[in-house]
Design a protein around this ligand. Structure first.
Ligand code: HEC
Length: 285
């Protein structure tokens, strides 16, 4: 499917999935192995997106500030927020059923919220091809699901995605301005074949230069992450550089053809980067 035949629903699903993925990555960092993400679903309206929330819940949110109404709200049952805070502090999940967060828990959750909301805005910016301005993140404890919808305002479109954090069902609610959907449906995304071409030129050049970047007399260096193995297995290293160049060449047309093609191409190129790094790049010191 090309960017041009995208329906509003496709646009919402794509936006929802990218945002959820970005948030999941942050959560996974804080609570490794304890996070799963469902698929986004569209809500009838923004009020319905809040329907059936379990309370008390901790809601993190940001709103968009560039003249459009909408934002992201991530709602965690109190127990889920406490489990996240415990994971961040390297502790076992709490077993008691407290009805509010301690200062320490609140500050951990606040830190998670900052990063989740920033990652979400970044992902949305990539999907829309435009930087998204957001308000500073807000955290509230919700006691009344019916009132929740009123707090965050209404938007023409909304999606929800279910997350499980340490067994607690959490919900990402995206309140999506019409402008976002229009921008995506019209295909006015960041997808720009000229920019793609420039990136592939750069990679082609890198692939050609790589074998020459590590001459015999360059084995030492203060901050190098180049593995000594490069000089022991130079032929294999050069072969990996060549393989990288080949993947770049083979994926170029696909990447320039469409956004979906670009995604596939970037994944393939990324694999070739990793394939060399695994053997020849030392971990960060
Ligand atoms: C043939 C091997 C090879 C391929 C292919 C390769 N790299 Fe590297 N890369 C290295 C080595 C070796 C280093 C460590 C160099 C050093 O620290 O001197 C490195 C370092 C890096 C660094 C870290 C720089 C730093 O100072 O920490 C980044 C970022 C990077 N590569 C990105 C990429 C990307 C992106 C691609 C693919 C588009 C790629 N590389 C493909 C071998 C490769």
């Amino acid at each position: 499917m090309g960017a041009t035949d995208m329906t509003p629903r496709d646009a919402l699903m794509r936006l929802g999935a990218s945002t959820a993925e970005a948030i999941a990555q942050v959560l996974e960092m804080f609570a490794p192995g304890k996070v799963t993400v469902g698929d986004p679903v569209t809500a009838v309206d923004s009020k319905a997106a809040f329907h059936g929330l379990r309370v008390p819940a901790v809601a993190m949110s940001v709103s968009y500030v560039d003249g459009v109404t909408g934002g992201n709200v991530f709602v965690m049952p109190l127990q889920g927020a406490r489990a996240l805070a415990a994971a961040m502090m390297g502790e076992a999940p709490p077993e008691d059923e407290a009805t509010e967060l301690t200062e320490l828990e609140l500050s951990a959750v606040g830190e998670a919220s900052n990063q989740m909301m920033a990652a979400a805005a970044g992902a949305i910016g990539v999907v829309l091809g435009q930087e998204i301005e957001i308000s500073p993140p807000d955290i509230q404890v919700l006691d009344d699901p019916a009132a929740a919808a009123g707090i965050y305002g209404s938007s023409p479109h909304a999606t929800t995605t279910t997350f499980m954090i340490a067994g607690e069902a959490c919900r990402l609610i995206q309140l999506v301005p019409n402008a976002f959907v229009v921008r995506m449906v019209k295909g006015q995304t960041s997808f720009d074949p000229a920019k793609v071409d420039a990136a592939f030129n750069q990679w082609t050049e890198t692939a050609q230069k790589l074998p020459g970047l590590f001459p015999d007399n360059s084995k030492t260096g203060d901050k190098t992450r180049a593995a000594p193995k490069i000089w022991q297995a130079k032929a294999d290293f050069d072969a990996k550089a060549a393989a990288f160049g080949k993947v770049v060449a083979e994926n170029r047309d696909k990447a320039k053809a469409s956004l979906d093609g670009l995604k596939v191409a970037v994944a393939a190129v990324g694999k070739a980067c990793d394939n060399c790094h695994e053997d020849y790049r030392l971990p960060e010191q």
